[in-house]
Design a protein around this ligand. Structure first.
Ligand code: F6R
Length: 257
């Protein structure tokens, strides 16, 4: 779907709201980074003004930096609390993330996989995409079947994320824990948001490129229910952009995402 960023956020929020109203004990997959921020704003607004409740829902984060102090504002656990968890009525402990401060990181990854499975799996997973085609922190070369594990961040990702660390790439951690591509593919609905020209090549590869570990997001082509929400700039390299626009404009009996 190609539309202005504000509209994309409303569509993603609609999909989450429909799920919550149908099944209040739903399991949400939460992404960090800039891409989902407007969706979180919209969900917080609906919670405040329209009574949308997350009281029985659970949330699982995609990834976490390794080694950032518990009170570091850029620790993803804290970012998710600030951007969404503390703004709605999740029950205490209902939102979980991989533990980037664990003594035994592989054990923390395995425990995280068990927690997601124990909750019955993720119903809707929000995603952003890196300029190098990563989803979560599955950098190029990631196994398409990977599970939650430790990854080394690429220089490109650390440069991209330096904006959250006083524009100082050296402050960006070198490692992370991330859900694997196989973990993400187990979610029942994937909703990826991308805006801006810097995402255009990654979006082109995601939608139209050959499936390859070099562009990890391309694994989504194999998902039975994946929705890609992009603005004009992020859509600017799509070969079949006119066709996608036409498809959505003429879709009969629009039933949401
Ligand atoms: C964040 C994450 C990353 C981001 C991606 C895009 O939890 O998993 O894959 O979604 O790096 O980041 P933004 O949205 O900041 O451009």
């Amino acid at each position: 779907m190609i539309a202005p960023a504000e509209e994309l956020a409303v569509l993603a929020a609609d999909a989450i709201e429909a799920l919550l109203r149908r099944e209040p004990a739903t399991v949400l997959g939460l992404a960090t980074g800039s891409s989902p921020l407007k969706v979180y704003d919209e969900l917080a607004r609906r919670h405040e003004q329209e009574g949308l409740s997350f009281a029985r829902a659970r949330g699982f984060m995609l990834d976490e930096y390794v080694g950032l102090a518990a009170d570091h504002p850029e620790r993803y656990r804290n970012v998710i609390d600030t951007e969404i968890a503390s703004r709605v009525d999740f029950a205490p402990g209902a939102v979980q993330g991989p533990d980037g401060l664990a003594d035994d990181l592989p054990a923390a990854c395995a425990a995280y996989e068990r927690a997601i499975a124990g909750a019955g799996g993720v119903d809707v997973q929000l995603l952003g995409i890196g300029t190098d085609g990563h989803i979560a922190f599955n950098e190029p070369g990631s196994s398409l079947a990977s599970r939650t594990r430790i990854k080394t961040l690429t220089r490109q990702t650390r440069v991209d994320n330096a904006r959250f660390f006083d524009d100082d790439v050296d402050q960006v951690p070198t490692h992370c824990l991330t859900q694997g591509l196989g973990t993400i593919m187990d979610a029942r609905h994937l909703v990826l948001l991308a805006t801006g020209r810097h995402k255009a090549e990654a979006v082109h590869q995601l939608v139209e490129g050959p499936i390859s570990a070099m562009w990890p997001a391309t694994v989504m082509q194999m998902h039975p229910h994946a929705t890609v929400l992009v603005d004009d700039a992020a859509a600017s390299r799509l070969q079949l952009g006119d066709y996608y626009r036409q498809t959505f404009e003429s879709k009969p009996g629009w039933q949401g995402l």
